[in-house]
Design a protein around this ligand. Structure first.
Ligand SMILES: Cc1cc2nc3c(=O)[nH]c(=O)nc-3n(C[C@H](O)[C@H](O)[C@H](O)COP(=O)(O)OP(=O)(O)OC[C@H]3O[C@@H](n4cnc5c(N)ncnc54)[C@H](O)[C@@H]3O)c2cc1C
Length: 342
């Protein structure tokens, strides 16, 4: 099978890849929601697709951890829905009970005086009883996308080749500072997109108490505070009322502490207890490091597909770094690759 376009390499021939036969094959690096969304579109479009993720589990920053016998969301807190396409996916999730509407009403916590003020009702914030990671796993299993975990890619070279293997297209669905590490120097157009694109770090504190000892709220944006930006009541979010809080740090607090995140735990805890006037120490706490939590600035397009058939997608592409946009970015790139390879 040959792609009849001037100046481009012929498509790989006689590829026996998962579904077998003479079909184009695409390797997606990154099993976050963008990569899985992209792979799902490709799979549905008859392309032989494989996802490789470097983690032990897929989900990326939609991360959920088992702590103290239950799931806690340690990355993204919730998601919102504005686009009709994503709304369809979310309607399916909520109908099957894998996602649920959490709340419309967030609070604001003022760091300067600790005032907790309930905000006006806003958009529905959705969450997942099994943790947000379960939604990415659900998407992958519903669409039957083959995923290999603990399988980081190292190098994409012209061809495109991924670690030496020729594919018809390759996708990097991950933060720019991670993507740039894998692009060969010869891939100048792709590198230009992701080089020198700063991303901001964050530290997440997960902490559990014997019982609830704070004023009721679902989630609170923290204003005027050097340490924290957000606190969620994970028991209300999950629906099991467990006395567990999850707090995200400011980028400035995280930056000098990334090398030793555990050591940052006590400082994060002091801030949570100060802001919510909690007298008691928690029974346990954990800290999660996010070296690349969100882009300083998003790209002004929702994906990139180069002349070398290398695609870039993720929440850094589009209007705002958030779950819905990561899904849209991956989905749109998937359709663009199908158009390109057809
Ligand atoms: C602390 C925090 C709070 C957030 N809060 C919210 C929120 O409340 N609402 C919201 O909508 N969004 C939130 N977000 C953002 C949201 O998590 C992201 O927008 C979304 O998860 C991005 O998905 P993605 O697929 O683009 O990237 P990621 O989820 O980062 O996925 C990238 C994947 O690439 C993999 N990978 C990296 N290198 C390699 C390699 N070499 N080979 C193979 N795989 C590799 C990683 O393992 C990862 O699975 C938050 C993020 C953080 C960190």
């Amino acid at each position: 099978m040959v792609v009849g376009r001037t100046g481009r390499q012929s498509r790989t021939t006689a590829v026996e890849w998962e579904i077998g036969g003479l079909v184009p094959k695409v390797l997606v690096a990154g099993g976050g929601i963008a990569g899985i969304a992209c792979a799902s579109v490709l799979q549905a479009g008859g392309i032989a697709v494989r996802v490789r993720d470097r983690g032990r589990v897929i989900g990326g920053r939609m991360a959920s951890r088992w702590v103290d016998g239950r799931i806690v969301d340690s990355g993204a807190s919730y998601f919102t829905v504005t686009s009709p396409q994503f709304a369809e996916v979310v309607a399916d999730w909520t109908t099957r009970g894998v996602a649920r509407a959490w709340t419309r009403r967030m609070a604001v916590l003022r760091g300067s005086d600790g005032a907790l003020v309930l905000g006006e009702p806003g958009p529905i914030r959705y969450t997942a009883p099994g943790g947000l990671r379960s939604l990415v796993a659900d998407l992958a299993s519903r669409t039957g996308v083959p995923v290999t975990q603990a399988a980081p890619i190292a190098r994409i070279t012209p061809g495109p080749r991924v670690d030496g293997e020729r594919v018809d297209a390759a996708v990097l669905a991950m933060p720019d500072p991670q993507a740039v590490r894998h692009l060969d120097d010869a891939l100048t157009a792709e590198r230009a997109m992701v080089v020198d694109r700063p991303w901001l770090p964050a530290l997440t504190l997960l902490a559990g108490w014997k019982h609830r000892c704070w004023a009721p709220f679902d989630g609170a944006f923290v204003h005027e505070d050097d340490t924290l930006t957000w606190i969620a009541d994970d028991g209300r979010r999950r629906g099991d009322q467990a006395p567990v809080l999850v707090a995200h740090s400011t980028a400035d607090y995280a930056r000098p502490r990334l090398a030793d995140p555990i050591a940052a735990g006590p400082g994060l805890l002091v801030a949570v207890r100060r802001l919510l006037a909690i007298d008691e120490p928690p029974q346990w706490f954990r800290v999660q490091r996010w070296s690349f939590a969100r882009p300083e600035q998003c790209h002004d397009r929702s994906f990139f597909l180069s002349d070398n058939d290398i695609g870039l997608a993720g929440d850094g592409w589009g209007t705002q770094s958030k779950i819905e946009n990561a899904w849209l970015s991956g989905t749109r790139l998937g359709h663009a690759i199908i158009d390109r390879l057809s």
